[in-house]
Design a binder for this molecule. Structure first.
Ligand code: NDP
Length: 460
């Protein structure tokens, strides 16, 4: 057997890479990890974590306003962006430090530079020029923001940039209708910017349940965000008065900052994949089988670089499954069905299972749909117009719950619990047997009545 420098070499110290590296090291494997940026990856450094802090920051502003309805007088309130920005960065630095410590404490060697593949068993570090051989290689390099190639796109920013802004924009234009566009529109509107969100489609959050998409439109409008639909930018020009974005319908929008939230792409460019026999799909994602094995049998890939379900907890589960497969003689394919997730609009969206459109495509009319919409109790005294929307979709006579869709306060928290019920294939009768917790928002989920109008035309 060849004598390798490492048993496992991991490229990318994000959520997936760090988990795999740590677990392998704990099993006594010799592990090397390369990271070109800060350990922690997108989630910790420029994604979920700093974004959620910004959501909390925006929510505090709203809470101060809403508290008036509860008798609190808060005079001379002002927001200081540098305080929030720097506090977030400090926490990000602390967490990133924990990620490197976790690796090193367990005996993995962290190389803080970019690595590329020389062949199926060799990696090269870019700065030092060192090469290492490894029996197994894991590629967990994630993705990065992608912007369309418009004239003037260099004047725009992407989500990575938002955590380091000198000042908050007074007028912000956000291009896109997906997760990142919707979340940051809510954040910046909450922090005091005038926000316009422009999307090329007719409803935000493509791929979500149609009624959720409509409810999210209402959420955004209630937060003071102006929505423009069915419009795509064609150019961005820099003028003395700010940035002017021209759209394909001839409209122009002026702003101090333009955020391109037009998707993310796997970071597979110049990784040397071709040297190692690793095949990529047309969109740049590494092709893997259900065990996260690439087209080269000793090379695995997990997380956003494989463009399966691009969420941190999924990357972690894929990494754990890879360790089971490679080192524990327990081939494990992570099950990507029924993954609960949240979009942190304000309030949030929580989703698990199938949309009504998808459920109808799969099961036709063998469904029962339950919905409700209401203004949560807290918002009444607060004079807050935001509402809650809930939808439960069941299949067959036994009424197995196959989809739950929530929009409203605490949806991100609720959907985690609902995810357990869906994974366990519980039925509507199981939900209904569960006594309500009163008074809560969540109690509505165990008392839902079938939707009166059968909206069979809803397809998304
Ligand atoms: P999304 O795919 O969610 O959204 C991209 C948006 O850009 C879509 O509205 C898309 O339109 C639009 N778009 C794409 N190309 C163009 C173009 N050429 N011109 C105009 N608009 C365009 O990507 P995000 O970057 O928002 O998020 C990436 C992924 O990261 C998500 O899918 C999710 O998996 C993950 N994520 C998860 C979060 C969470 O869990 N809370 C938070 C943030 C990200 P169309 O819909 O018509 O294609």
């Amino acid at each position: 057997m060849a004598d390798y420098d490492y048993d496992l070499f991991v490229i990318g110290a994000g959520s997936g890479g760090v988990r795999a590296g740590r677990l392998a090291a704990q099993l006594g494997k010799r592990v090397g990890v390369a990271e070109q940026s800060m350990p922690g990856g997108t989630c910790v450094v420029r994604g979920c974590v700093p974004k959620k802090f910004m959501v909390y920051g925006a929510d505090y502003g709203a809470a101060i306003k809403h508290a008036e309805g509860y008798g609190w007088k808060a005079d001379n309130v002002r927001f200081e962006w540098p305080v929030l920005r720097d506090a977030i960065q400090n926490e990000v630095n602390r967490l990133s430090g924990i990620y490197s410590t976790i690796l090193e404490k367990n005996g993995a060697v962290l190389h803080r530079e970019r690595a590329t593949l020389v062949d199926a068993h060799t990696v090269k570090l870019q700065d030092s020029g060192k090469t290492f051989t490894a029996e197994t290689i894991l590629i967990a390099v994630g993705g990065s923001p992608w912007s369309p190639d418009l004239p003037g796109v260099e004047h725009t920013v992407v989500s990575d940039d938002l955590f380091h802004l000198e000042t908050l924009p007074k007028r912000m234009l956000i291009i896109g209708g997906g997760y990142i566009a919707c979340e940051f529109a809510g954040v910046f509107a909450g922090l005091g910017s005038q926000v316009i969100q422009a999307y090329r489609g007719g409803r935000l959050l493509n791929g979500f349940d149609a009624e959720v998409r409509d409810a999210v439109g209402d959420v955004q409008r209630n937060n003071g965000i102006e929505l423009r639909f069915n419009t795509s930018p064609t150019r961005v020009s820099k003028t003395d008065g700010g940035l002017i974005t021209t759209f394909d319908d001839g409209t122009k929008i002026g702003a101090d900052m333009v955020l391109m939230a037009t998707g993310r792409r796997p970071m597979t460019d110049s990784l040397g994949l071709e040297n190692a026999g690793v095949t990529v799909e047309e969109n740049g994602a590494i092709k893997v089988d259900e065990y996260s094995r690439t087209t080269q049998s000793n090379i695995f890939a997990v997380g956003d670089v494989t463009n399966r379900v691009n969420l941190t907890p999924v990357a972690i589960r894929e990494a754990v499954a890879m360790i089971e497969t490679v080192y524990k003689d327990n081939p494990t394919a992570y099950d990507h069905d029924d993954i609960a997730s949240a979009v942190f609009t304000r309030p949030a969206v929580g989703v698990c299972g199938l949309s009504e459109g998808e459920a109808r495509r799969r099961y036709g009319d063998d469904l029962t749909v339950y919905t409700t919409g209401f203004r949560p109790m807290k918002n009444i005294l607060a004079d807050d117009p935001q509402r809650c929307f809930m939808k439960v979709i069941t299949k067959g006579e036994e009424e197995t719950v196959i989809g739950v869709h929530l929009v409203g306060d605490e949806s991100g928290e609720m959907i985690q619990m609902i995810g357990i019920a869906i994974k366990a294939k519980l039925t509507k009768a199981d939900f209904d047997r569960t006594c309500a917790v009163h008074p809560t928002i969540a109690e509505e989920i165990v008392t839902l009545k079938p939707r009166e109008i059968n909206k069979t035309t809803i397809v998304t």
